[in-house]
Design a protein around this ligand. Structure first.
Ligand SMILES: [Fe+2]
Length: 284
């Protein structure tokens, strides 16, 4: 956890007031934000510390950002750490999420969101998954973020038979393409990036299930056993982060999996509800 001292919070408040506040709907807007962010020394120092901690353990949690400036500092930090990705379906780099009943998106539902990587169906998934906690779950301890570091899981035991299977047995990951068709990416759960030799983990049980469906086949018993073995091994390596309002988390989406524990909601007299609110951002 990176806990910012009050002096740093004040310095970052000044940085926030100098940054552009336009919506990040295209790469030109992202570039304008990056140019301004580069001029803010305290933000540069924070970005370099976050980079080191992510390098060390696969994720970083930052607490103590100024309340008024967090929504501007969040994408600015992303622009310093990588190249923010504009999701074509959202039309913006920053994506809002709100837990409530009857949501179709799993991330907005109350139930436990299982361990997965983001954009597992893409050949080149975003390297960083970043989140800003706008409002934590109303019940303390609920809606926690869980992270499993695959590098730690494999360290020193790569010859383990299960791990060898995670690295060699291909599974189909399904995703929608621009023409509203379905593309399937065949990949083992764990591979190595050819250029850097670093881990590239991809896992999403729903996307794999959809991949088999589209192919018109079922996973073999061995493939199913391997997936369950992977989920068990990853779960043994889980670290749980409890989020407070204003916390920014940065996750290496190539080497870790993440999950969210179940959520609660406040029910109001008019029948409306309020629950965990987050912003997400993905960067290459
Ligand atoms: Fe995710």
């Amino acid at each position: 956890m990176l806990l910012l001292s009050p002096e740093v919070t004040t310095a970052l408040r000044c940085c926030a007031s100098a940054l552009p506040t336009e919506q990040l709907t295209d790469t030109a807007a992202v570039e304008r934000l990056r140019c301004e962010a580069l001029k803010q020394a305290p933000l540069g120092v924070l970005a370099s510390l976050v980079r080191s901690v992510v390098e060390e353990q696969g994720f970083a949690q930052v607490r103590g950002l100024p309340d008024e400036g967090t929504r501007v500092l969040f994408p600015a930090l992303a622009a310093l750490l990588g190249s923010p990705f504009i999701d074509p379906a959202e039309g913006s780099a920053v994506i809002g999420a709100h837990v409530r009943p009857s949501e179709s998106l799993m991330g907005n539902q109350l139930r436990h969101l299982p361990l997965h990587t983001d954009y597992s169906m893409l050949a080149n998934p975003a390297r960083l998954t970043m989140s800003l906690c706008i409002e934590p779950d109303p019940t303390p301890g609920w809606g926690a973020l869980q992270i499993a570091d695959i590098e730690a899981m494999c360290f020193g035991v790569e010859s383990d038979l299960d791990i060898q299977q995670f690295m060699s047995v291909a599974l189909p990951f399904a995703g929608r393409n621009a023409a509203e068709g379905v593309d399937i990416l065949e990949s083992p759960i764990i591979s190595r990036d050819a250029a850097s030799g670093r881990f590239l983990a991809r896992y999403h049980r729903s996307r794999i299930r959809q991949g088999f469906r589209v192919r018109g086949t079922l996973p073999t018993p061995e493939q199913s056993s391997m997936m369950l073995a992977f989920e068990r091994k990853a779960a043994e390596n889980v670290e749980t982060l409890h989020l407070q309002s204003g916390d920014i988390t940065v996750i290496d989406n190539h080497r870790t999996l993440h999950a969210r524990t179940r959520c609660s909601i406040i029910v109001k007299p008019d029948g409306s509800t309020s629950g965990r609110k987050m912003q997400f951002l993905f960067a290459h």
